[in-house]
Design a binder for this molecule. Structure first.
Ligand SMILES: [Zn+2]
Length: 69
């Protein structure tokens, strides 16, 4: 399951967590987002120990594509 085994550059831990950030700025566990069917969540992969964010990406980038039709 742990496909992201990058070592934290700050504390050296291999433990990572995944969270979702909404426009309020708070980060929530991914499993609690099923009721949120809209918006532009940002996923974060961060160190479980010190909180250093290793990776961030938009969950649904297709929502941001320009539609000409
Ligand atoms: Zn760390």
């Amino acid at each position: 399951m742990d496909h992201n085994k990058t070592i934290c550059p700050k504390c050296g831990s291999r433990e990572t967590s995944k969270g979702v950030q909404y426009n309020q700025g708070n980060v929530y566990p991914v499993k609690k987002t099923v009721f949120m069917g809209f918006g532009s969540e940002v996923l974060h992969i961060f160190c479980s120990k010190c909180g250093f964010i290793k990776e961030s990406f938009v969950k649904n980038p297709e929502k941001f594509k320009d539609k000409d039709d």
